[in-house]
Design a protein. Sequence first.
Length: 350
Amino acid sequence: MRFRNWARLLTLPCLLPLLLMADQVTLKNGDRITGQIVKKDGDKLTMNSEIVGEVSIPWSAVTSITSSEPLLVVLPGGKPVSGVLSTSDGKLQVAAPSGTETAPLADVSAVRNGDEQKQWERLQHPRLLDLWAGYVDVGYSLVRGNAETSTLSTTFNAARITRTDKTMLQFNEIYATALISGQSAATAQAVRGGLDYNRDVGPRLFVDLFNQYEYDKFQDLDLRVVVGGGFGFKAINSARSHLDLTGGLDYDRAQFSTPLTTNSAEGYFGDDWSYKLSGASSLTQSFRVFPNFTTGGEYRMNFDFGAATRLKKWLSWQVTASDRFLSDPVPGRKKNDLLLTTGFRVSFAR
């Protein structure tokens, strides 16, 4: 027992500096959370705790805050003040160099640490090449022996997200060959890509514009160009899950090698969904239906699904499926074309 008591006494001086350097938040139920305050955004306070990791706390549940380092606080009226935080009688006190500023906890608009403040400032007036993030997928398989086949698939996705808009670029390609009757021939060759742009016009409503391109050798499709626009609604917008519902009108021009060229006015509706299974794994899904207004009864459907598990910060393992359905394909061709790929994903951010 004496040894344990001495060990505790010797350990306490080592832990004391860490405790003094930590921020502390007290909740209405009496719980205290110790860690580093990251930000107060909307009605949530985010902290990093050494024990439980990132914690999201309802701001309405907070009764007291103390910080070990200066934080930026946006006071009522939009006034920004930087200083060490403390709380007294339900009011937040900011020890700024020019003097102590005070405001009721409920009226504080935002709180940010140094890194979050730099990111917020960057979002105010980003340059065109700033804020891009995305990934590149590469998959390759081959068979050698009685049969000889090779398949190469690549995917590129990039997004630039600001406070008011989102720009997305997509590219998907697959090329497969097989040895047939002693000669090598392509068995799959398709390229899909496009540009999407969303602009917020309200807390949940946004304008949706897009431009898509598609080539599929074995559907006799030389080139499909689609330009359209409409509106979207953010049905779910949480830290773990996002669900956007979209709909509108578009123009579709498809040129086939049969030869056949079609020009169609279409409507479209669908959704974009993402979900974080854990800190390392996530799911994404996109679905669109395009009813043809020019030729009644015809329609197209696009479905894309992906799953990824992060191996390192920049490296993941992914599985993706991309399906395109035509209700009336050219004679002799099937209605569905499905691309299924798996392989490594390399992520990037700027």
